[in-house]
Design a binder for this molecule. Structure first.
Ligand SMILES: Cc1cc2nc3c(=O)[nH]c(=O)nc-3n(C[C@H](O)[C@H](O)[C@H](O)COP(=O)(O)OP(=O)(O)OC[C@H]3O[C@@H](n4cnc5c(N)ncnc54)[C@H](O)[C@@H]3O)c2cc1C
Length: 379
């Protein structure tokens, strides 16, 4: 029933807006978030007292998978399911959480994540953005990017250094920074998937109240890491949904498209790649569900979460490549959603930790920390 309720949202509300979304992505995004909020989709794992549903990892995964089936892809639909909202509810100042969480849950407002910095990229211990305590405020200076949501986010969860330079992860704290504050400057980058609101944030002497510190000073990195394993499993669930939807559509297309007086599905050169793609995707889907079930009770799923994140994304991307090929010229156009899904899933090999970083994490779990530190030049 839960899966069907999400699928109804996709087929009845989101997908009919496919062509409108090309002309007016911001308007469609807002409309969809408000409707998702009304249907309780925005905060599946958020405690009920903050307007969420108090649901499980598995429920979030099912929601992601179904939302990923949308023709509009995740940049417009499932972004609100950020697990970082759970950390905000857990560690944030009660008054600040009460002020913002109902808006996030209703779809009225969105909060982005400002972790990556242009200078340090994957090496998040190399942050240079600082937050200095001054009376009852913090003053933030630095730059974040690329980050998602620059056109619509009303606030960002920003990681900034409160400890001395060189203090590594231990000197990093997390803050809620409203984008309307003086000194916040947002910029836009044109992304490969055109509806993705990618850009940068400059922070020039931005003053925020001390209540906007989330959790304790020096714990920001660990708080964010606390949701990372689950985020790593959930993110590719959307890719499974998207690739599976494209495969189903492409199978139907291959059965109906006739050339050489035969449906193209009857050519081995068309049937076998589809058979292989479905087989691989079904296999990694089973694995992803297994990892999600494990994560319900065992928090120590780092290795498996990174494995799922990498192999599912890669498999979904390869499946979408097959779909584009089977659809011939129309597969290369926006008349069918496969090329758009491909461009969306492609981001999954970079954003939120690249595929190489996933392999480093898996390597650390397999070979041990000493080899990992050597790999990163820390020894
Ligand atoms: C679509 C999209 C949305 C994003 N949204 C957000 C967001 O909302 N918030 C946010 O904070 N960030 C966001 N990011 C940024 C993302 O997290 C970073 O792009 C990512 O962490 C990699 O950093 P980088 O791009 O600077 O690459 P770099 O770190 O410069 O890496 C460049 C290349 O070198 C490889 N590499 C680096 N170090 C190693 C190593 N030790 N071993 C092997 N290979 C290595 C990388 O894998 C990559 O292929 C987003 C990125 C994308 C693409």
């Amino acid at each position: 029933m839960f899966r069907k309720s999400i699928r109804d949202f996709v087929t009845q509300v989101a997908d009919p807006l496919y062509f409108e979304a090309k002309k007016n992505p911001a308007g469609v995004r807002k409309k969809l978030w408000l409707e998702a909020g009304r249907r309780g989709i925005m905060g599946i794992a958020i405690p009920e007292k903050y307007g969420g549903q108090g649901g499980s990892v598995l429920m979030q995964g099912i929601a992601k998978e179904e939302l990923g089936r949308s023709k509009l892809v995740a940049t417009l639909v499932p972004a609100p399911l950020l697990t970082i909202y759970e950390r905000f509810a857990e560690y944030g100042n009660e008054a600040v959480v009460k002020k913002w969480m109902p808006k996030f849950m209703s779809g009225e407002a969105q909060c982005g994540i400002g972790s990556t910095e242009p200078q340090s990229g994957s090496d998040i211990s190399g942050f240079v953005t600082t937050a200095v305590k001054k009376g009852k405020s913090y003053i933030l200076n630095g730059e974040k990017g690329p980050v998602s949501g620059v056109q619509s986010a009303e606030a960002y969860f920003i990681l900034a250094r409160t400890g001395p330079a060189g203090s590594g992860a231990k000197g990093v704290s997390m803050f809620l920074v409203e984008t309307g504050r003086p000194g916040v400057e947002l910029s836009n980058f044109k992304a490969m998937e055109e509806t993705w609101e990618l850009g940068g944030i400059k922070l020039d002497n931005v003053e925020i109240p001390e209540e906007n510190l989330i959790g304790q000073e020096g714990r920001g990195f660990y708080q964010m890491m606390g949701s990372l394993d689950v985020e790593r499993i959930l993110l590719p669930m959307g890719y499974i949904g998207g690739a599976m939807e494209s495969l189903e559509e492409s199978i139907e297309y291959a059965k109906s498209r006739v050339v050489w007086k035969r449906p193209i599905a009857s050519f081995e050169g068309v049937m076998f790649p589809l058979v292989e793609a479905v087989t691989r995707l079904e296999t990694v889907r089973c694995y992803a569900y297994d990892v999600m079930r494990t994560a319900e009770t065992d928090k120590n799923v780092t290795k498996y979460a990174s494995m799922a994140r990498w192999i599912v994304t890669r498999t979904a991307l390869d499946a979408l490549d097959t779909c584009i090929q089977v659809n011939g010229a129309q597969g290369y156009t926006d008349q069918v959603p496969h090329e758009r899904r491909y461009r969306w899933v492609r981001s999954g090999l970079i954003g939120h930790g690249t595929q190489e970083i996933q392999k480093l994490v898996i390597g650390r779990e397999i070979f041990g920390k000493e080899i990992y530190d050597l790999a990163l030049g820390r020894k």
